[in-house]
Design a protein around this ligand. Structure first.
Ligand SMILES: [Zn+2]
Ligand SMILES: [Zn+2]
Length: 155
């Protein structure tokens, strides 16, 4: 992971909201279908998904982002062990850390799990990871990078 890539993905969206508690929601029929489609498409492409594509974000959104990013890590190009990263999860300021969990396509990017960990490690070393830099009064779990979606994505 080069510094340029780190910088590139360190930008959040605009006004974000951070969700508070992770809630395991049951998938509705539509999302279950999206998950099946997601797994099928990954298999077809020879790609593998970290957590089998079930990291907590709505499968329909994951599907959208993976297709947009061509089922490959935008940092190293592999298609193995893919995960989604909230760009705003790496922050330069308290204000920006609010972007960390904004679950919109603009704030999400496909990375492999290895680049993802490296990126957060480097960010932590530099003190710009959202797990270290929290806005005043933020009661979120500081160890958590990826929150649950704030809302269902608009169709
Ligand atoms: Zn990678
Ligand atoms: Zn991340």
């Amino acid at each position: 992971m080069d510094k340029a890539a780190l910088k590139r993905f360190a930008k959040g969206g605009d006004d974000g909201k951070r969700s508070d508690l992770p809630q395991k929601k049951k998938l509705n029929a539509e999302e279950r279908k999206a998950l099946a489609k997601l797994k099928f498409e990954a298999k077809k492409r020879g790609a593998t998904l970290h957590n089998g594509g079930e990291g907590g974000l709505p499968p329909s959104l994951v599907w959208h982002i993976l297709r947009r990013d061509k089922f490959e890590c935008k940092a190293c190009g592999t298609n193995k062990d893919l995960t989604l990263h909230h760009k705003g999860g790496i922050v330069g300021s308290k204000w920006l850390s609010k972007q960390g969990h904004k679950t919109t396509p603009e704030n999400l990017v496909v990375l492999c799990n290895s680049c993802h960990s490296k990126m957060h490690e480097e960010a932590r070393e530099e003190g710009v990871d959202s797990s270290q830099v929290l806005p005043e009064g933020d009661k979120g779990d500081p160890r958590r990078d990826h929150g649950q979606p704030d809302a269902q994505p608009k169709k």
